[in-house]
Design a protein around this ligand. Structure first.
Ligand code: SF4
Length: 147
């Protein structure tokens, strides 16, 4: 069974900044087809749950109180990459729009809900290391199209 690392919030774990999950029932329905391994880069990076929300600005990450939390995000990305290597996992599914897990689109750093092109910190590191990153919607579409 193929192993895939998945954002923990998508699997129903309450690790998001606001202390809830973003459970994706369509992904959970595939648990008998894939071995999903949950990760939360922000928790891996030493941040608490709940936590002050953060966004990327000029390549760094700041929370809404304007505290620079870039180091936490970098550490979470490194630990997620480490997990990919431990599990010999070449594919991940990461939650869209997150400053850690987003792919293609992230919030612009103004905390106004505006999205701009870009990747989350973990997504960026994994892509640079040759790991295939899907958003949840991309993965589900590809799965449906190929089955
Ligand atoms: S860092 Fe990723 S896994 Fe953790 S709550 Fe945010 S989107 Fe979900």
């Amino acid at each position: 069974m193929k192993r895939i690392i998945v954002s923990a919030c998508l699997l129903g774990l309450k690790v998001r900044y606001d202390g809830v999950s973003k459970e994706n029932k369509d992904l959970l329905a595939l648990m008998d087809k894939f071995e999903f391994i949950p990760v939360c880069p922000e928790v891996f990076g030493g941040l608490p749950t709940p936590r002050v929300p953060s966004e990327i600005k000029d390549g760094k990450v700041y929370n809404k109180d304007n505290v620079d939390v870039t180091e936490n995000y970098l550490r979470g990305a490194e630990e997620t990459l480490r997990l990919c290597k431990i599990y010999n996992c070449d594919t991940v599914i990461l939650k869209s729009k997150s400053p850690s897990c987003g792919k293609g689109l992230v919030y612009d750093g103004s905390f106004t809900g505006n999205l701009i092109k870009g990747n989350g910190i973990t997504t960026d590191l994994l892509i640079k290391n040759g790991i295939k990153v899907y958003t949840e919607d991309e993965f589900l579409k590809e799965y449906v199209d190929s089955n």
